[in-house]
Design a protein around this ligand. Structure first.
Ligand code: ATP
Length: 318
């Protein structure tokens, strides 16, 4: 990690208590530090707890346990003005650019919502800010009077990004912001995130299930499985030297454009489905699908530790 942490997540837990009296541990003792100006990619299959982690960090959900420190302050203890201030500094971009924009509001009013809530600009100044924001995300000021349905998926996500930027946050949680978009526009939106980061010194938590795209934006990547982090390291290191068998299988599923390499390389096909988080396996949560599982994997949960400089994993092989 480069620089001082802006966000520190310590032993974060989010449990859902279901009607049946059962408890679903969607996020189980998550630890992440993110430096100012860094992009941390959080990846894993559907249902592993990525969105719940993001929503608990930004306090859309109350945490069951652990803490989230933002600029050194415990987010889940903030009240009143301090909470309001935190809400200004951390914003979220959602996955579905169709569902997350109010269809009855003009684009200008959607983008200015944060300015209105926080009383940051009105009249001419508000209009000016909206037009600057549209420009920053590659749209133009005429778009302000239109409605979301008049735009393509990629353009709508640009509007969602402009809305998040309006109150000049330091930190953005992007929850699968490109998953709903056509492959051809995914790279454009990733490039927009990168450009905005450079211009504004933003820090990102970038949530994705697709390891291929996340590589292009992340400085470091954390891989999640059944509510737990199984591996964290830099993007380059994760691709060059994945340690956890789960990461190895995710990487082996990414197609390689060179047919000769693609034909000869080994694919790791995981057997079975992800176990239900309501009834997780004993020991390591991945052991029921792991091609390298050993008896001790059922007996105890491996410790999450630094096995090479800056490279952390939770696996009994190391
Ligand atoms: N509000 C909720 N009430 C009960 N269970 C929930 C709730 N939200 C999420 N879950 C459960 O928590 C687990 C983690 O879900 P989450 O949406 O965080 O995963 P994810 O990795 O982001 O998946 P996806 O990419 O499909 O959104 C899942 O088993 C899910 O069913």
């Amino acid at each position: 990690m480069k620089g001082n942490p802006i966000l520190e997540v310590r032993d974060l837990q989010k449990h859902f208590h279901l009607g049946s009296g059962k408890t679903l541990k969607a996020v189980d003792k998550l630890n992440i530090s993110i430096a100012s100006g860094e992009t941390f990619g959080l990846v894993g299959e559907s249902g592993c707890g990525k969105s719940t982690a993001g929503r608990t960090i930004i306090r859309l959900y109350e945490a069951t346990g652990g803490e989230v420190l933002f600029n050194g302050e415990n987010v889940h203890k903030l009240r009143g003005n301090k909470l309001q201030e935190f809400r200004r500094h951390m914003q979220m971009v959602f996955q579905d650019p169709y569902a997350s924009l109010n269809p009855r509001m003009t684009v200008g009013n959607i983008i200015a919502e944060g300015l209105d809530i926080h009383g940051l600009a009105d009249g001419k100044q508000r209009k000016q800010r909206v037009s600057e924001l549209l420009d920053a995300v590659g749209l133009n000021e005429e778009h302000a009077s239109r409605f979301p349905h008049e735009f393509s998926g990629g353009q709508r996500q640009r509007i969602g990004i402009a809305r998040a930027l309006a109150i000049e946050p330091q930190f953005i949680i992007a929850d699968e912001p490109i998953s709903a978009l056509d492959v051809s526009v995914q790279a454009q939106v990733v490039n927009l995130f990168k450009k905005l980061q450079k211009e504004r010194g933003l820090t990102y938590l970038f949530i994705a299930h697709d390891l291929a795209m996340v590589k292009h934006i992340s400085d470091r990547i954390g891989v999640m499985y059944l509510g737990k982090l199984v591996e964290v390291t830099t993007s380059e290191e994760l691709y060059a030297n994945p340690l956890h068998p789960y990461t190895q299988s995710l990487l082996s599923a990414i197609p390689i454009p060179d047919p000769e390499v693609e034909r000869t390389r080994e694919r790791i096909i995981l057997e079975g489905e992800i176990p239900s988080p309501l009834n997780p396996p004993s020991g390591c949560p991945f052991r029921t699908r792991c091609p390298k599982a050993m008896p001790e994997c059922a007996a105890s949960m491996p410790e999450f530790k630094e096995v090479q400089p800056g490279h952390f994993t939770a696996c009994h092989l190391y």
